[in-house]
Design a protein around this ligand. Structure first.
Ligand code: FES
Length: 128
């Protein structure tokens, strides 16, 4: 079972692809999207900004969350990997604590138009 939402048109592979309304992502919270069997991404809203990353920890390449839309630590100041507790800065994706310090989450190109969040390209092309 997937721990993330699916985009509204999961079969559609043309880009930009609409993911959701920005307001569907809680301020100070996060939302995951299952793009296909092997690829998921997540968005974090903080202080009026929105950040989108691949849901893949640089430590062991596992998905970061173990529950739907749970990507932040208790303080909601950092992205947290549920597997081994790595903490990542929300704005840069850089790991600041845990087993992979100095590594980084992979950012995902996106656009916001009329309050709607769009995925600009297939993030699975990024093999890093
Ligand atoms: S897989 Fe994320 S900290 Fe180990």
């Amino acid at each position: 079972m997937s721990a993330n939402s699916t985009p509204e048109n999961p079969q559609e592979k043309s880009y930009p692809q609409r993911l959701c309304a920005v307001d569907d992502i809680p301020t100070g919270g996060a939302k995951g999207f299952q793009l296909d069997k092997f690829n998921s991404i997540f968005a974090v809203r903080k202080e009026g900004e929105l950040y989108l990353y691949r849901n893949r920890c640089p430590h062991a390449r596992l998905e970061l969350n173990w529950m739907p839309d749970r990507f932040l630590d208790r303080s909601r100041d950092y992205i947290m990997c549920a597997a081994h507790g790595a903490l990542f800065q929300i704005d840069s994706g850089k790991c600041i604590s845990g087993p992979c310090p100095g590594t980084q989450l992979s950012p995902v190109a996106h656009t916001i138009v009329d309050g709607q969040l769009y995925l600009n390209e297939d993030p699975s092309k990024d093999r890093t």
